[in-house]
Design a protein around this ligand. Structure first.
Ligand SMILES: Cc1cc2nc3c(=O)[nH]c(=O)nc-3n(C[C@H](O)[C@H](O)[C@H](O)COP(=O)(O)O)c2cc1C
Length: 243
């Protein structure tokens, strides 16, 4: 269904976005807008441009919607959502994504690789495999190597397996944020949820074992009673510092 919307500007969308927990069941819901916002989401910055995520769309008419809502602990933000988006991290796809980047760069600079493109090729061909490769004891060894190099010069410290997982989740969360702001700009509301049974959701959606759930996002047109209270934020001076 095509719905005419007056899109909000960036700061209007940021200011008006709230986590909305009850969605209207009667308003028409335009799934094309969800697609548009997911297309915007995948333009988000992401670590090494590996794009290690999937977004699983579960609309209200999906046979999985009720089960998924119950695995979001029956939160109203899920049960009343017109569509649920499951943001999934795919650390396991690093090889194919590194190769895609490698081939892309090689394609652009075919025949005439300059210094910059050679660096980029080495990044995806040598450095990324070192960071993302998984071998027994490798995580600890990477941390020791980083510590050793870091004794003499500035060095990236977040190289262990947990750091890599966090990095993948950071990128997924940034994409989720772009999606939610896009939805607000387009006239819809969202609620991110981490109060979920991630293990059962993986099983329900038949996700590969190494994948992880970053969050589930409920979507729809929010009802006024779905916004729980006025917005509260710690004052700027307590959060932002200048040095
Ligand atoms: C990663 C993440 C997980 C969240 N999980 C839940 C959740 O499970 N249930 C819920 O009602 N709200 C959840 N929220 C929403 C927060 O409670 C909300 O963003 C916060 O209270 C600020 O309110 P606002 O989004 O309306 O500005 C989550 C938010 C984030 C970023």
């Amino acid at each position: 269904m095509k719905i005419m919307i007056q899109e909000l500007g960036f700061f209007e969308a940021v200011n008006q976005r709230r986590s909305v927990r009850i969605f209207d069941q009667n308003e028409p819901f335009d799934r094309d807008i969800v697609r548009k916002c997911l297309e915007a989401a995948i333009l988000s910055p992401n670590s090494s441009n590996l794009q290690l995520y999937n977004f699983i769309r579960v609309p209200e008419n999906s046979p999985l919607k009720d089960s998924l809502s119950s695995l979001c602990m029956n939160q109203k933000a899920a049960t009343t959502a017109r569509e649920l988006i499951v943001v999934v991290t795919r650390r396991d796809l690093w090889k194919s994504r590194a190769l895609a980047n490698y081939k892309y760069i090689k394609g652009i600079y075919e025949g005439k690789p300059d210094k910059k493109s050679k660096q980029a090729l080495s990044y995806y061909g040598v450095l990324i495999p070192k960071l993302y490769g998984k071998y027994p004891g490798w995580s600890l060894l990477k941390k020791i190597i980083a510590w050793w190099i870091g004794m003499k010069k500035p060095m990236v410290r977040e190289v262990g397996e947990t750091d890599v997982r966090i990095s993948v989740h950071k990128s997924a969360a940034l994409a989720a944020m772009t999606f939610m702001l896009g939805m607000k700009a387009a006239g819809y509301d969202t609620c991110p949820m981490e109060g979920i049974d991630s293990k059962r959701i993986k099983k329900l959606l038949d996700l590969p074992d190494p994948s992880e759930i970053c969050m589930v996002i409920g979507c729809g047109k929010g009802l006024p009673e779905g916004t729980y209270g006025a917005r509260f934020r710690i004052p700027y001076q307590e959060l932002v510092f200048e040095k």
